[in-house]
Each structure stands twice: as structure tokens, then as C-alpha cells.
Design a protein around this ligand. Structure first.
Ligand code: ACO
Length: 360
């Protein structure tokens, strides 16, 4: 058996295809390149939800209303909840949503991370939470609720591109967790809670915060090679590199690198930070290649996620929660797809423990 279930096919899906050999991602028949060029996050939600909920169609207005609806829960956050890491506080608030399986329940679950993460960050800073504005796009409203100011067109476009880029990605660990729970017919909130719990680990959606820690520790382009060499010599993993499925560059890394460069062109990223990241990336790739010539280890989605979210004003401890803002759409569509099969997921294990003593 493979402890990581690699090469095990555990679902049939119409939602997305991750081609790890060629570095391609398709979401419901649309390539990632086309998706980021032509779609907003609301469009991608419509694409993912199509056929899984009735009625489908334009979702922007309904998603705005859902942001307002879930905002009521923000007032229930007590000091103990606010003191939790943002993703854990958000998970605790999200657990209060009804465990339905209709479109309204789905949209509230999509709205929840976008409303709860900014609210919790503001509470931590001793500021009041800001009421959602349903007339804005999901990305613009999220940034406005975070900072209190209307974002620039470039900032809103950058967050929107991020949400589109991470909306769905095959049977990753969190999506699998969502499908396992959905197969028990537990409801969408339970599926999303399971997925969120899987996402927060550093081997999955918890990596982008540590990417910034790595940039800080490396210090400067001149110091980066020695720092990386020392990390690899100690057997540490470089965050933002390597992937279970991709054996070439993760196409999402390029989609986000382009967004980071757009922000840089608009003066919204510190050029020295970008120069350090680009230099660390090329040094890391060269050293990983030298250390593991037989195991292609390339840049993954988390590397440029870190730069992008930092430039948009999210603190690093909130990055996993922002990842959930995008991926929640995919989790819900997968949960619905799994529930429609009507089949409980229940694999087997191999017992390797002791046998009962046989009386002499
Ligand atoms: N840095 C250094 N070495 C690495 C890295 C890395 N980032 N990734 C893998 N390796 C090494 C492993 O140590 C292992 O070496 P060994 O054979 O000497 O033990 C070898 O490459 C193969 O690694 P596996 O563990 O088999 O690779 P796996 O498919 O399990 O790893 C994973 C995928 C978990 C993403 C890994 O590459 C990793 O830990 N990366 C860093 C964390 C990260 O960026 N996570 C985000 C992933 S993207 C996402 O989930 C959204």
C-alpha cells in the first residue's frame, strides 16, 4: 500500500483535472490561463456549482446577500475565539452555520471566510468589524472589510485572480476530506469544516505564512544561497516548493507571479521584497535540483501566494484563511458531486497489530 494514497483513484469528477506531468490545470473544461484571463471569482463559482444546485445562474447578488447574512455571526465572537489563530477563529464561527445542502447554505459557506477573516483581524487590532457591502464584488468587499478603505482596481483584481486560481484543484487533501464527510450525508457545513481542518496543515494550505518566514530568515539575495544550503543540509523542507502531483512547475505559481508583477507595476509591492523572492526562488530551484536530481521539485502555488497576500495587507497568520476563501467553492461543488453518487466512502486498512493470545 501507499501511505499517501498516491496513484489511488478515489473519485470521478467533472470539476477539475490536475495534469501533473504537463503542468496543466483544467476547471470544468476551461484552462487555468483562460480562467484567470476571463473570469471573476463569482463566474468560477457559477461554473463549479452549475448542475449541482437549482437554480443556477449569476451569483454576484446572491453572494453579496450571503455576506450580509453571515455577518450576524460576527457579533457572537468572544475574546477566547478572537484570541485563536484567524483560521481557527473563522472555523469556530463557520461551525455555527446551518448544515444544509441547498444553494443558500452553499453561498453562506462561501461568504463566511471572506467576512469572518477580516472581522477577526480587525477585532484582534481592537477595531470594530465592518458590515459587508453586497453591491461590491467579493474580492473588493473582502479588502474593504479588511482595511476600511476601498481597494484600488489593481488590488481588487489581484485578490480576485488569487481566488480564481485556487478555487479548485482535483482531489487534494482538503477536498478529499470534504468528499469523505459528504459521503456520509452529513451536510455542507460539516464537509467544509473537515476540509478547513485538513487545509491548515503546513504540508497543504498552511505553507504561505512560512514562505514569508523563510524570506525574512534568508534576509537578502546575497545571503539566500548560504541560508538555503544550511536549511537543506539540516533536512528541512523549503516552503512553497514541491508538490505531490506536479512534476513540473505548478501552473498556479505563474498565474500568481503575473498578478504579483501587476501589483509591482502599480507600485503596490516593495521592489526589494520582490527582488528577494525572485532571487530566493531561483537559488532554491537550483539547490533542490542539485540535492534531489531524481525528484523534480519546482515552485508551487504557495510561493507567490505569500507575496500577493502580504502586498494586499493580510497578515501571514491569516493566509490559510484567505486560501479557504477561494477553495471553499471547490469543496462545496465536490461535496455535492460526492453526495450525488449516494455511495459512502469506506476504504480498508491492513491490520498489522498483535493477534489475540491463544490459550495453551
Ligand atoms: N524542500 C526540500 N525537500 C523536499 C521538498 C521541499 N519543499 N519537498 C519534497 N522534498 C523532498 C523530501 O524531503 C523527500 O526527500 P527524501 O526522499 O530524501 O525523503 C523527496 O523530496 C520526496 O518528497 P515526498 O515527501 O515524497 O513528496 P510529497 O509528494 O509527499 O510532497 C509536499 C509534497 C508535501 C507538498 C512537499 O513537496 C512539501 O513538503 N513541500 C513544502 C510544503 C509546501 O510548499 N506545501 C504546499 C503544497 S501546495 C498545496 O498543498 C496547496
Amino acid at each position: 500500500m501507499n501511505a499517501g494514497l498516491e496513484d489511488v483513484v478515489a473519485a470521478q469528477t467533472v470539476l477539475s483535472d490536475v495534469d501533473g506531468k504537463n503542468g496543466r490545470l483544467i476547471v470544468r473544461g476551461v484552462s487555468l490561463d483562460d480562467l484567470v484571463a476571463k473570469s471573476t471569482y463569482e463566474d468560477v463559482l457559477g461554473l463549479l456549482f452549475d448542475g449541482f444546485f437549482a437554480p443556477s445562474g449569476a451569483l454576484s447578488g446572491a453572494l453579496g446577500s450571503a455576506r450580509l447574512a453571515v455577518f450576524d455571526h460576527v457579533a457572537t465572537a468572544d475574546q477566547a475565539l478572537i484570541a485563536l489563530p484567524p483560521v481557527d477563529g473563522m472555523r469556530a464561527l463557520l461551525a455555527r452555520l446551518e448544515d444544509g445542502d441547498d444553494l443558500q447554505s452553499a453561498l453562506r459557506l462561501v461568504a463566511a471566510p471572506a467576512v469572518f477573516i477580516p472581522a477577526l483581524l480587525r477585532f484582534k487590532a481592537g477595531q470594530p468589524a465592518l458590515t459587508p457591502d453586497p453591491s461590491l464584488s467579493h474580492a473588493s468587499d473582502t479588502l474593504r472589510m479588511l482595511t476600511g478603505d476601498m481597494p484600488s482596481q489593481q488590488q481588487a483584481a489581484a485578490l480576485d485572480r488569487y481566488l480564481v486560481t485556487v478555487a479548485d484543484h482535483g482531489l487534494n487533501a482538503s477536498t478529499f476530506a470534504a468528499r469523505v464527510v459528504a459521503s456520509t450525508k452529513a451536510g455542507l457545513t460539516s464537509s467544509v469544516l473537515a476540509a478547513l481542518s485538513a487545509l491548515k496543515g503546513p504540508l497543504h494550505g498552511g505553507a504561505p505564512g512560512p514562505v514569508l518566514d523563510m524570506l525574512d530568515a534568508a534576509g537578502s539575495p546575497e545571503q539566500a544561497p548560504a541560508w538555503i544550503a544550511a536549511e537543506l543540509a539540516r533536512g528541512e523542507r523549503l516552503m512553497g516548493f514541491g508538490h505531490r502531483v506536479y512534476r513540473v512547475r505548478d501552473p498556479r505559481a505563474d498565474a500568481l507571479k503575473a498578478a504579483v508583477r501587476m501589483l509591482a507595476a502599480a507600485g503596490a509591492i516593495d521592489p526589494a521584497r520582490l527582488a528577494l523572492a525572485e532571487s530566493l526562488e531561483s537559488t532554491a530551484l537550483a539547490q533542490l535540483k542539485a540535492k534531489k536530481p531524481d525528484r523534480p521539485l519546482d515552485t508551487n502555488v504557495e510561493f507567490y501566494t505569500a507575496l500577493l497576500l502580504e502586498a494586499l495587507g493580510f497578515p501571514r497568520e491569516a493566509f490559510t484563511g484567505v486560501f479557504a476563501m477561494g477553495r471553499v467553492g471547490g469543496w462545496i461543488a465536490h461535496a455535492r458531486e460526492q453526495a450525488e453518487t449516494g455511495r459512502l466512502i469506506r476504504p480498508m486498512s491492513v491490520y498489522v497489530g498483535p493477534q489475540p493470545q491463544v490459550a495453551a
